[in-house]
Design a protein around this ligand. Sequence first.
Ligand SMILES: [Zn+2]
Length: 573
Amino acid sequence: MKNARLATVLILVLTILPGCKKPAEGNMVDLVLINGKVWTGDAARPWAESVAVRGGTIFAVGTAAELAGLAASAKKTVDLGGALVLPGFIDSHVHFLAGGFALKSIQLRDAGSREEFAARIAAKARELGPGRWIVNGDWDHQQFSPVETPRRDWIDAVTPDNPVCVNRFDGHMIVANSLALKLAGVTRDTPVPPGGEIEKDPATGEPTGILKDAAMDLVYAKIPDPTFEEKFEAAEASVRHAAENGVTSVHEMADASSFEVFQELARRGRLTTRVYLYVPITEVEAVEALKVKSPFGSPVLKLAGLKGFVDGSLGSATAYFFEPYTDDPTTAGILNGQMFPAGIMEQRILEADRAGLQLAIHAIGDRANSLLLDIFEKAVQENGPRDRRWRVEHAQHLRPADIARFGRLGLVAAVQPYHAIDDGRWAETKIGPERAETTYAFGSLRRAGAILAFGSDWTVAPLSPILGIYAAVTRRTLDGQNPGGWVPAEKVSVEESVRAYTVNGAWVEFAEASKGSIAAGKLADLVVLDRDIFTIPTEEIGNAKVRMTVFDGGVIFLRMTASDGRVLYGKDR
Ligand SMILES: [Zn+2]
């Protein structure tokens, strides 16, 4: 009875709110948001109170008085009650399709012990039945007490009939059970692929089940490909998750095969996240043969360019440094398989650049970044000046001299602030205090003249831009150990953080004329938050919630509180 009443309330509110775009008649606008606090990102008018939308674009922005006439004749008017309005968030680094699969598969991220890890995998095996693969997981061994990397013998007993290949949340390390290793033919004698590692038990010499980077492909190659329908469902889950988080555009670090899925979603009118998609740099010749130039596509789906890897990750000790790891002097990290044979990365970057394709290259360790900057400098020298908007993904650990090079080359530092408050808990034990000083150096990069583009790296971190902004502004690590901020000199302001999630993201995709800010003529992608993150104490920013997400002029997510205090969700298309 009560549920029925709430449902009626929900339907009623949704009917009041603007529906799908209808053709506008005369000067009538479809939707006017009034009584808001609008951060526009537009230098000509940084703040406003009202926004009018007509079709899929912004028709007018101004004070309440300036838009009163439009509001009076609009098809729909929404009183925001002073809530904060921002341009729809642009997440500049996600694994979007993979995220959808993660939403639908086993969750190991918060498993806190060996027993719980095994128990969840056992439960999944029972759920799936014999023969099916157990994949994804996003485990984090830093959550285990004691901290230890998982092994196949933890799970072999509960998965005799299910191959298991579950990854660490950073995607640079997996643990496979004995059945999966057997299917992949991995034994103590398997040659280690360049850019990879097969961990062996020091006592027996047998594989422990842990495979890193290029070695992961030995097992990945045996996992059956998902069907198109499974991919489609995963993509739909991602799009919903984006709407809930106020994200209206993503830069997808994917493989070329996800194009068809997003294309089909777009064709059915269900792609309510604009997808700017990078394909692996290993595909350079195939993409080059098409003679397309970056960016290419429609307002909802574009080929962005090429994504490459120089090294691995800090958590997996595969990020490539000049000096060895502080907690393991036997290694300074490893280069990614894409760096082999030697010189191939440089060759591909030069070739892609000549073909007019944008580049997004992953570099985490200081030596990986330095190597990449050398290649970029050489490419500019050889191919001449051009508006490239090249990006370095993560740009995580930098020598001070290389921070300056980011500025000189006008590079985009495509960084993920949440990693700083997550890894900040243990990064110093891995690299020591000195290298930590120029780690996640967002403030220094900005001051050096690099363009900051913020993202989440979802599923490595939560998709929420609110958490990303909170992380960049406070640098308060998740363990509460750094209330004043970890390496506080590298904090950035709320406004710079919002800009890095909106205006800068649009610039990175050569789309500054059509999105990223709230101004007449731009795409009507907007997000409404439940509190003003510019004025509340910074430590409370992370508690802010998305109240409404507008995409292409239509409301795709709405959060309301029912009379009994319950939170209701909905969307009108
Ligand atoms: Zn990533």
